[in-house]
Every structure is written in structure tokens, then in C-alpha cells.
Design a protein around this ligand. Sequence first.
Ligand code: SF4
Length: 407
Amino acid sequence: MLAPTPTQGGCLSRLRLVGGRASSLQLEGILEWIKDGEIEITRRGNLQHRSLLPPTPLVLQKLQDLKLIGSPETDQLRNIMLSPMAGIDTKMVMDTSLWAKEWEKYLQDHRELKDLSAKFSIGFDGGETVSITHLLNDVLVSAIDPASVVIFLSDPVGVVVPVQEVIDVLQTIVFLYMNFTKAATTKPRLKEMVANYGIESVWHRVEQKLGKKFDRLSKLTDKNPSFSCLGVFHQNNDAYFAIGVAIPSSRLAAMELQKLKQIADRFGTGELRFTPWQSILIPFVHRSFVAESLKQITEMNLSVTDQPPITACAGLACNSSFTDTQTNAKELSQQTKARSITIHLSGCARLCAYSIPHHFLAIGVSPGVYALYHDQKKLTECTDRELLTVVANYQNLPKANLSATKI
Ligand code: SF4
């Protein structure tokens, strides 16, 4: 927000929402920011907006007053991910939202951290059914039981830490990371520090600084990773439900956001949760209002069950894009619907907006040309004009694996 990027589609500002959450009051501030434009939900549950001019000082002040922007030095480090069901999931081991708040405050109060890479991120997993454990975060804090967590740093071997010591351990990791950053010429990622020292040496340094020993634990592969947060979820309080709404192309016009806000105000607590799967969750809907909420969501032409068959990144609004993904997505939408095909269009190989598995993945490789993939295999290269016919000729393939993102 404080350093918007000029792009082909206008000035790009990104609002970092802690845990993807926005209260009713904060949503009012967001609506003032985007005026009659649109927001784009990112793969970290943040919000992006493109406009002709950067946000005015008045808008920035309002967003800062609403705690949607942190201190000017460390706002870019507020990359704090929670499960959208944090605090309300029926199977969760613990509520991680308090840690997210504590970490946000730590960043706010420690402006010397400004030198860390802006990509530094933390995920807090409370053992929710809608899990974030397979999503990319530099640090993952994962609840084992109500008294302990395991902390991982881009390596499968983590340390088991009692809950009351979690923030101390995180601060020690950041202390080591700061020292490593000071000795480097560029802003290194945390994983570079881990690669440089070796994970065992990192844990040893943490133990030495804190004068404690921690057991090691290896990460298990999540056999049922969450790829969406859609549908009606029972909350841990019997009377309440959370409703996950799919957002086509992860974009929402101001009027649509306003309408979802009204539904949340009327039937929930006014809060919306933007998810890492680029959908929206409306929590705390009383059982007596679920039917009416679903009716109003359907009237908006939004679905709570179907993943959008076609998703696309910002395309030509982004300086790196080779292809007009947004226009091509609209052109393909009828075809994909009629043939039950799903596809993601990406303007380049960074795959910023690819968060759910699709049958096909089309990556812009040169102006107006896509490379088409299925399950990590490249099928062909074709122009955007040919894409429709090519896709139509590859019907009935099983859905591709998310590991296709490793292409
Ligand atoms: S995937 Fe590439 S083109 Fe698309 S938004 Fe990301 S960087 Fe830009």
C-alpha cells in the first residue's frame, strides 16, 4: 500500500490482511479505497487493487487507523496466514488467531526488521480441517495438541515447542535471520539462511540463545490438502455456520463486495475472511439465517459449491504478462462450462494466481502464445486464438495435480 507498483493495468496496491480477515468497519475502509473499481484476492488471502493513481494520503490514513496497514517500516512483513476456519473449526486443536495478533504487534513494534525480505511469511496452523499446512510459508507453526506445537522452517525437520514459548522461539529465529541479513549484500530469504547454516545448526543456535533443548519432529505429508474453502461449514458452536463462497477469477467488483458485506452484516458478525484459495468465507451465520444467506449469494450469481471452471492471473495488467489472460478467460468461459473442463490461464511462468488444481494449465511463453500443460506434461504450444480448439480436443482428462505448480 505504501509503495504501489506501476503496471500496464494501472497503479497496483496490495493490502495485507492478517489471517485474511476484515471486519465490517475495515470493509467500509476497503470500499472507500477501491471506490467503484474491483479487488483481486491473492493466493495469500490479501487484496490487490489497480487504479490510475496511488491511494491518497486520506485513504492511507483511514486504512492505517483501521489497522489495515502496519508501520511504514514493516507493513510489507505482515504476511501472516491462518486457516479461514481458525478459531471456529470443529476439529481444531487450538485457536491460532491470538498468535497472529501477537505477531502483528511484534512487527509493528520492531521497525528495525525493515531490512528483512518482504517475502518473509508465517503460517499458524491450529489443526483445522481446512488446512494451510501445504501452502508456502517461510515459517509454519503447527499445533500438535493443546500444549505444544511444531515449528518448521522450509525443511521437513521441525522442533517441538510448548505453546507458552512459541513467540520466544519465533523472535529468536527472526534475530538469527536479521544477523544473516546484515551480513548479506541483498535481502536474503529465510530459506537461504537455512540452506547456508543447515537446519540442525539453525535449531542448535536457537537452543543456545534460549538455553533450552527442543525435540525434533519430521513433517508428515498432508494426505488431504485443502484446495478450497467452499460450502457450508459447521462451527464449533452448534448454532453457527461458516459459508465459503467461490469468487470467479478471484476478482470482485466493489458492488459485489458491498453486497457480500451486507449479507455478513445482516446474517453474521459483518466479518469476511479472504482465503488463500481466493474465495471468501462468511463466518458466524446463525443456523436460522443459513438458507436466506445462501439464497442471496445465489442471487448474486455466486456459488458455494463449484470451483470456478476457469481462473486467470491479472494478465496484461501485469508488466510480466505475455498474454491477455483476462480476455482469453472470458472467451473460454462458455466452452469450459459446456464441456466440464477447468483451466487456469497464467500470463507468465510465475503462476501467481494458481491455487487450485485444474485439468489444464496454460502459461504465457511469448506474446499471445501459451504453453498448455496437463499434470506437469507439456501438451503443446498454441496462440490464444487456437487455445479454445486445442482445449476442446483434450476432453475428459482427470484433474491435474497441484504439483503442476512446480513446472
Ligand atoms: S503470473 Fe506472471 S503475468 Fe500473471 S500476474 Fe503473476 S507475474 Fe504477472
